[in-house]
Design a protein around this ligand. Structure first.
Ligand SMILES: Cc1cc2nc3c(=O)[nH]c(=O)nc-3n(C[C@H](O)[C@H](O)[C@H](O)COP(=O)(O)OP(=O)(O)OC[C@H]3O[C@@H](n4cnc5c(N)ncnc54)[C@H](O)[C@@H]3O)c2cc1C
Length: 363
């Protein structure tokens, strides 16, 4: 990330965060229930682009803001706290500018599609989680002249219908190479099975079939061994991340607004605990990054992620209880937040995360 870019000042960053915050409070939060019911509207993608949110990590020569890690975390907290469905759709796209810059440094991703991502001109979806299920289920990558052919069904693609292209991770079973590439959405990529989701129902998440999609080499972002991909996934899946804390902040605020002093007392008790989990999670993730990713202090990171999921489960239950029966109505945010918290428990769900969560529940 070009965080040291001379043209990005603290004032630019402050102005950017203020604009994102104002947008989140005036548009995302008031429409969060409707977005969950009807789906993230397509107009929203233009609004995110307008705010610079489709290339906030890109270097300034691409028109990006090259924001630093702390600012990026704040943006994730603000958006997830205001509308978890919009966050999930946007989060599939958000980190890719940085990934493309890294790929280009390695002589990859020279295509025009990657340029358009860096310039914030389109929204990417992601189909990367099936690598976790290899060899039971995965997208097959087969070498072809000048590129690869991808075939298979991606289990989860959020933002379907809004995405112009996808980041897809496929496995070549012969060499156990994981190939991650940009794939345009066209007649070779189609929704396979309609999903009826109990959480993040407005995230336009679908199962997507890739039919012998040819992926030219210049669209490839990385190609490395399955072992290395699993190592990188430890970094991706093992930490409590910003959206946990965005959601927690919203629930704490709503608990603090309840007239019943007992509900406010729950918020009072949990606010410092959530703050401590957040500080710890970010410090551990930073430390792991400084050590080149991988399983650095893995057990502590998993324990922190478990604690964060537990905090969200507890807080969202408290809000439901505080709102009494009304909390279960479709027009009440308590049920929306409780369902979002359920999603957090399965998102980025690696075998390690699953083991840590179930072990904690059995104690
Ligand atoms: C609504 C929704 C939207 C999503 N959107 C996206 C998206 O846009 N892009 C994307 O890439 N991903 C997306 N995901 C995937 C998500 O991040 C997780 O990776 C996914 O939920 C893991 O669940 P799975 O269904 O793949 O689980 P599973 O296939 O059950 O496996 C998940 C992990 O658990 C382990 N596991 C499963 N069963 C067992 C067992 N019995 N014993 C031990 N270990 C086991 C597996 O080894 C694997 O590592 C989405 C998921 C959901 C639910």
């Amino acid at each position: 990330m070009a965080a040291d870019s001379a043209s990005v000042t603290a004032t630019d960053t402050h102005t950017f965060l203020t604009r994102v915050h104002d947008y989140a409070e005036s548009v995302l939060r008031p429409h969060a229930l409707r977005t969950d019911r009807d789906g993230v509207p397509s107009a929203r993608i233009g609004e995110l682009a307008e705010l610079g949110l489709l290339n906030h990590l890109a270097p300034t020569e691409y028109g990006g803001l090259a924001v630093d890690r702390d600012t990026d975390r704040r943006v994730h907290e603000i958006i997830s706290g205001a509308c978890f469905n919009t966050w999930l759709v946007w989060a599939q796209h958000a980190p890719l500018a940085e990934r493309i810059i890294d790929a280009r440094a390695a002589g990859l991703a020279g295509c025009e599609l990657a340029d358009r991502v860096l310039r914030g001109r389109l929204l990417l979806g992601a189909g990367i989680s099936d690598v976790r299920r290899y060899p039971d289920h995965y997208i097959r990558a087969s070498r072809a002249p000048g590129g690869w052919t991808f075939t298979g069904t991606i289990s989860w693609v959020s933002g379907w219908g809004l995405n112009a292209a996808l980041t897809v991770a496929a496995v070549d079973p012969g060499t156990e190479t994981v190939v991650t590439a940009l794939v345009p959405v066209d007649e070779h990529t189609r929704s396979d099975t309609p999903l009826t989701l109990a959480a993040v129902a407005g995230s336009r998440t679908e199962r997507v079939r890739l039919d012998e999609v040819f992926v030219p080499d210049e669209q490839v972002l990385s190609a490395h061994s399955l072992d290395h991909a699993r190592l990188l996934d430890v970094g991706l899946a093992s930490d409590a991340r910003s959206h946990h804390f965005g959601l927690a902040e919203t629930v704490l605020r709503e608990l603090e607004a309840v007239t019943d002093p007992q509900a406010r007392h729950v918020a009072q008790t949990w606010r410092p605990r959530v703050a401590a989990i957040r500080t710890r999670a970010y410090a551990l993730a930073d430390e792991a990054k400084a050590h080149g990713g991988g399983p650095h202090r893995l057990d502590e990171r998993l324990a922190t992620k478990v604690a964060s999921g537990e905090a969200l489960s507890t807080l969202t239950r408290a809000l439901l209880i505080a709102r009494s029966g009304r909390g279960l109505g479709r027009d009440d945010t308590a049920q929306l937040h409780a369902r979002s918290a359920l999603f957090v428990l399965v998102q980025g769900h690696s075998a390690d995360v699953r083991r840590a969560q179930l072990a904690a529940l059995a104690r």
